[in-house]
Design a binder for this molecule. Sequence first.
Ligand code: NAD
Ligand code: UDX
Length: 345
Amino acid sequence: MAKEASNGENHVNTKPPPEPSPLRKAKFFQANMRILVTGGAGFIGSHLVDKLMQNEKNEVIVVDNYFTGSKDNLSQWIGHPRFELRRHDITEPLLIEVDKIYHLACPASPIFYKYNPVKTIKTNVIGTLNMLGLAKRVGARILLTSTSEVYGDPLVHPQDETYWGNVNPIGVRSCYDEGKRVAETLMFDYHRQHGIEIRIARIFNTYGPRMNIDDGRVVSNFIAQAIRDEPLTVQLPGTQTRSFCYVSDMVDGLIRLMEGDHTGPINIGNPGEFTMLELAETVKEMINPKVKIITVENTPDDPRQRKPDITKAKELLGWEPKVKLRDGLPLMEDDFRKRIGVPRK
Ligand SMILES: NC(=O)c1ccc[n+]([C@@H]2O[C@H](COP(=O)([O-])OP(=O)(O)OC[C@H]3O[C@@H](n4cnc5c(N)ncnc54)[C@H](O)[C@@H]3O)[C@@H](O)[C@H]2O)c1
Ligand SMILES: O=c1ccn([C@@H]2O[C@H](COP(=O)(O)OP(=O)(O)O[C@H]3OC[C@@H](O)[C@H](O)[C@H]3O)[C@@H](O)[C@H]2O)c(=O)[nH]1
């Protein structure tokens, strides 16, 4: 108990502590979970924030450097008493008090992560170290959004979490895929050495509203091209496959992983597998039957096939995706038409 000097004598201060501000009793101060979302102004991050904010017990803090993200994605929350947005680059240390960390910050589209590869690897390595240091200091649980790219050009199909991958360590994608592999290593080293509570999601290709129009990833490219009456650019050979997960399913999977008892890594993705030619045909049929499909050069080290084995997610998280590609594409089309300014005919 604090002592105070009065009339030259020391005696115990029996005064009750000051009343907290009356605002403290307001509904918005009842949040009992402070959650940090790094990269929360990006595509998946902003949808995750929407979901977390629906829970009145959550206070959400986003840090983002706006490299590929935008304040527009969070406009509905700016000014909300349970929400805070900070411009911050995670390669710099962050001092903050939080209970949980969803660590998403990292450019995800190949054109953006290759743009400044040294920065990409710094984000994955130094950024993840900073977030783990923060988790250690405040005792927060931390979830890393790793990627199916840790499997590289996989020799096992579909990919389950026991597969160690087939990754080129010196290629143009390495800043991202090797960067994420180091980030996973750091997560487990902090877990084993310091007892940090960790969760690792291996995310497979995810699509949905709010992707950057010129993001460069295949679903956003094809939809934007179909809306603008431009040819759909299938990169050769066109027989390479991907499995596309709608963003609401992804967010549901990430929250289940964070709230559950399993460190992971756990694959989160939709096992529906398509060749890029099939995807182009589907977009053409659904959005613009008149549009042309052309083939263009590919980039080095493009994985030839990719499909998640989601047995672990089903068994350990009770999670599986609900939205089929044909149901998700029109939702993304609506958003892209609004932003490009071309209504449906
Ligand atoms: N979308 C997918 O298909 C997919 C697949 C696998 C893994 N992931 C992972 O999920 C996460 C989110 O992906 P997304 O699709 O939303 O990408 P995105 O590019 O839309 O979002 C990434 C966000 O991180 C921010 N960011 C980047 N570097 C930063 C830095 N140094 N400091 C602070 N903020 C930084 C960006 O500005 C952006 O807001 C990434 O970690 C990505 O690797 C995504
Ligand atoms: O216009 C295009 C763009 C891409 N593609 C092809 O579509 C496939 C998917 O390419 P994307 O650029 O969408 O994404 P990738 O699957 O290569 O990488 C993604 O994987 C998982 C995440 O970690 C990242 O979001 C991203 O790296 C590739 O085979 C690519 O060659 C096209 O055919 N046409």
